[in-house]
Design a protein around this ligand. Structure first.
Ligand SMILES: [Zn+2]
Length: 450
């Protein structure tokens, strides 16, 4: 056996669809894609006929080879740049209540239950499994303030095999008595959490890159004092970890925030002044931004999680995603469960399209742009643009094997359908039933049975 064949863990033959730029989707027909034992794409050949496979696969074990049929194709896995694991249990509820009231009446009482790690495991197992079934191979998760429950989320994600940024939430002011920390405990638990995730990664000790990353997660500026925000900025720098939070989601939230930080010129500046805005920051929403705030985001190359499903459903407003793209800001899609009703990035994509039509008639997002945001855009927001997001030799293989004609599928295929029309049907009609297999770092994920 050749050394190349020995280094291969899987080979796929069939149609591959991915973004090569924000304006271009490449359809690779007759693609032959080799994955190495570390989950990286080792070789990509195009235009290979089935009759040529015998020669090309010499030395590769038959059980490593997957040959797709004409109704199947492979796309990069979806990237959900903003989701709350603890809110999954009431996904679809509370859409008649505005943000700050929604937090008080629904979110905070539910999140307080996560002081019990056993309860946390129940909810987190279902949240992560649903996200993976929906084809999300990478996610940026918010947990709650509870250290033990957030460690439980790490274990659940590790067991199920998703790539993830995981954050223990920080809250030390403007929070109910049953869901609040002291500054000291918030900082100490965040440090302990970062070290726990780092130790988990070291323990796994593989030659592949770790899939789990701790992320600094102040809920938003309202719920953290200036002292706490400053300490969190220091932790982010000390451990070289990313940062996630909410920014300019609703007008009343902005007014309330500014009343606590009267010396800051705007909301975005609050994060910047506390060491929390840099190229590894992921700011959700950015619905109501001033020009100088866009400029600040651009200056530091911070990323944006565009959460149109949530913005519609808790009626926060419509983000100007066209402006984000025109300014060449890093932007990806977030489901923002449970502000958003679905952890499917396909749903986020559809809502993002509607939002862009309503916000910028005549300059709405194209299908290549939407698909890019769901995949490559998200990878760039996570600062993983060199690792995942599309199919390039050397990148890691995070992917969905889509079957457009699976039994029980919501979409119907006809004789006139082409690769392009099947792909578009999947984007706008398909759902998790079409996600036949999901791969992270070259391995098929182990989603528990429902
Ligand atoms: Zn959120």
């Amino acid at each position: 056996m050749s050394s190349f064949a020995a280094s291969i863990s899987k080979v796929f033959h069939g149609t591959f669809i991915h973004s090569v730029s924000i304006n271009e989707i490449e359809f690779i027909e007759g693609g032959l894609l080799f994955i190495d034992i570390h989950g990286r794409i080792a070789r990509i050949l195009k235009g290979v006929q089935k009759t040529q496979l015998g020669n090309m696969l010499e030395g590769v074990d038959e059980e490593k080879v997957i040959i797709l049929n004409e109704n199947q194709f492979i796309i990069p896995g979806f990237i959900d740049t903003h989701i709350h694991a603890s809110q999954y249990s009431y996904c679809g509820n509370g859409h008649d209540i505005p943000l700050l009231e929604w937090l008080d009446t629904l979110t905070f009482p539910h999140e307080s239950k996560f002081k019990d790690p056993d309860y946390a495991r129940q909810i987190y197992s279902k949240a992560v499994a649903r996200s993976l079934r929906n084809g999300t191979t990478s996610a940026c998760w918010f947990a709650t303030i509870h250290l033990d429950a957030t460690k439980e989320l790490v274990r659940v994600i590790e067991e199920q095999g998703q790539r993830a940024y995981i954050g223990k939430v920080n809250m030390n002011q403007n929070s109910p008595d049953f869901l609040i920390e002291t500054t000291e405990s918030s900082v100490a638990d965040t440090r302990a959490f970062i070290e726990y995730v780092n130790a988990t990664n070291a323990h796994m000790g593989t030659e592949s890159k770790p899939l789990l990353t701790p992320i600094i997660t102040p809920r938003f500026a309202i719920s953290c004092t200036s002292d706490l925000l400053r300490e969190l900025g220091r932790l982010a720098a000390e451990y070289h970890v990313p940062i996630q939070s909410h920014l300019c989601e609703t007008s009343s939230e902005i007014d309330f925030t500014m009343s606590f930080f009267p010396n800051s010129v705007n909301y975005t500046a609050i994060y910047a002044e506390h060491g929390l805005l840099n190229r590894r920051s992921i700011m959700a929403h950015c619905v109501h931004m001033k020009d100088e705030e866009w400029a600040l985001m651009k200056d530091v190359d911070a990323g944006i999680s565009h959460c149109a499903n949530s913005n519609f459903n808790i009626k926060s407003g419509m983000a100007d995603v066209r402006k984000m793209i025109d300014l060449d800001l890093k932007v990806g899609l977030g489901t923002d469960v449970a502000g958003g009703y679905s952890s499917s990035v396909l749903e986020a994509l559809r809502c993002s399209r509607t939002c862009s039509i309503a916000r910028n008639p005549g300059k709405s997002l194209s299908i290549p742009e939407l698909f890019y945001l769901a995949t490559m855009g998200g990878a760039r927001v996570m600062e993983l643009g060199d690792t995942i997001g599309n199919f390039r030799v050397g990148k890691e293989f995070d992917a969905i094997l889509v079957n457009t004609s699976v039994k029980g599928s919501p979409l119907d295929i006809f004789a006139h359908d082409t690769v392009q029309t099947k792909f578009e049907k999947y984007l706008f009609v398909g759902d998790d039933r079409n996600n036949e297999r999901v791969y992270v770092q070259g391995k098929e994920v182990r989603v528990p049975e429902e």
